[in-house]
Design a binder for this molecule. Structure first.
Ligand SMILES: Nc1ncnc2c1ncn2[C@@H]1O[C@H](COP(=O)(O)OP(=O)(O)OP(=O)(O)O)[C@@H](O)[C@H]1O
Ligand SMILES: [Mg+2]
Length: 403
């Protein structure tokens, strides 16, 4: 009996390493059977490994626990969601002449034009291309083609987006994975993982934005006509909200401020009772809840204005009909989607909901797991597509034999 494939999705965040185990079902579906979170204790900062031993320890703890809950001992594939302050994206284009006498565009032609477009980017010496994402293709006389392979044309033009990161940053991520005995892992840029998890095909086609509010950073991706057209990292995350509370209200340390934020915080001061007082347990001091909300509101407005500026930079502000989807722990601040609706001027701002995977509702409904789920979902899709290509070839061979 063929064993079902067991896939691991990992997310390396500043505040937590997340592992999810998902099993490929016979019918083609994907079921999450195990999940776990472990804090890297300062081993990851701004998306970069700052202590490989601390990171390795967190990865091993998260993976072992996820495997244990899933009752698995072997892995078939691993994909890791990564991001960071130094990750960059750029849109590029180039074109080639189709030289085959029959003018039929091949996979090799598509790869060649994408490679040429990539070469147009002046990378810094240590930068590496993590992703080369096709957006749209054109042939002479026909524009906006999704996949030009097998079509006819004299020329082929590609518009692509590349994601680059410093080689050493990626190498040290691989090093931490290697030390954790996770060989053969592939990496996915976190906005792509977020989108894979929460955007339906229609959302991405109709224009949608994912905003992942992490601990130190916010990552976002703008998707139009099904493809990533803009991505950005904003150096503000949930930690800044907490520090603002601590600094302005003297809450007695970051961990107290974090707890107060999670219990009493909101992005909308108008949603609080103006007379309500919050008691700081350690000191017995009272702080008006509305004052706390004012502090969080100010930071939320700043962050959302930066998100708006990035959507504006993408040139797609008026193409976003599939909504803005908030993910990451920072998105848990109550009333943030309502405030975002006003600031972004978009009627549909929602907390990202993972779809297309089954199992463990407490994992599926928790934004802390979104990127790990997106990573495992994208790996599952790639494996299926590879399988289908192999099968497709098999059918062609079968037909050939019978002719
Ligand atoms: N209920 C809540 N209300 C407000 N903020 C919250 C809540 N729960 C968690 N957070 C915030 O979420 C943040 C952590 O989010 P997340 O786990 O997505 O970050 P990360 O992936 O570890 O970090 P990064 O993406 O920056 O590397 C913390 O700053 C935390 O304060
Ligand atoms: Mg994160």
């Amino acid at each position: 009996m063929v064993q079902p494939a067991v896939l691991l999705g990992l997310d390396l965040g500043a505040s937590k390493v997340v592992a999810v185990i998902a099993v490929q079902e016979e019918g083609g579906g994907l079921t999450v059977t195990g999940a776990s979170i472990a804090p890297p204790q300062g081993g990851i900062r701004n998306g970069e490994i700052t202590d490989v031993n601390l990171t390795q320890a967190a990865v091993v703890r998260a993976v072992e626990e996820a495997m244990r809950t899933a009752g698995q001992t072997n892995l078939t594939g691993i994909r890791v969601s990564v991001d960071g302050i130094q990750f960059k994206g750029e849109n590029l284009r180039d074109s080639i002449t189709i030289s085959n006498p029959d003018r039929i565009i091949t996979v090799a032609d598509r790869d060649r034009v994408m490679e040429l477009a990539t070469a147009a980017c002046k990378l810094a010496k240590e930068e590496t291309v993590l992703h080369r994402i096709p957006q749209v293709f054109h042939i002479k006389g026909q524009r906006d083609i999704k996949n030009p392979v097998n079509m006819m044309g004299d020329t082929l033009e590609a518009e692509i987006r590349i994601i680059v990161a410093p080689g050493p940053v990626l190498e040290n991520i691989h090093r931490a994975l290697h030390l954790s005995s996770l060989q053969g892992a592939t990496l996915i840029y976190s906005p792509l993982a977020s989108a894979e998890a929460v955007l339906s095909r229609e959302d991405a086609e109709n224009g949608a934005v994912v905003v992942d509010i992490g601990d130190q950073l916010t990552h976002m991706g703008v998707f139009v006509r099904g493809s990533l057209t803009h991505s950005a990292v904003i150096p503000i995350g949930g930690q800044h909200f907490t520090k603002d509370l601590e600094i302005t209200k003297y809450l007695g340390g970051i961990s107290v401020a974090e707890r107060i934020k999670r219990i009493y915080g909101t992005a909308l001061p108008s949603q609080t009772d103006p007379t309500e007082q919050v008691e700081l347990e350690d000191e017995g001091r009272m702080v008006p809840r509305r004052d706390l909300a004012e502090v969080l509101h100010a930071r939320a407005v700043e962050l959302l204005n930066m998100v708006l500026a990035e959507i504006g930079r993408s040139g797609m502000l008026h193409e976003i009909h599939g909504g803005v989807h908030l993910v990451g722990g920072g998105a848990l601040l109550p009333h943030l989607p309502i405030l975002a609706q006003t600031i972004l001027g978009r009627p549909r701002v929602v907390l990202g909901k993972v779809s297309g995977i089954q199992g463990l509702p407490q994992v599926m409904g928790n934004p802390l797991y979104t990127n790990a789920l997106g990573a495992v979902k994208s790996l599952h899709r790639d494996l299926r597509e590879q399988g289908e290509r192999r099968q497709g070839k098999g059918i062609v061979e079968w037909f050939k034999k019978r002719l």
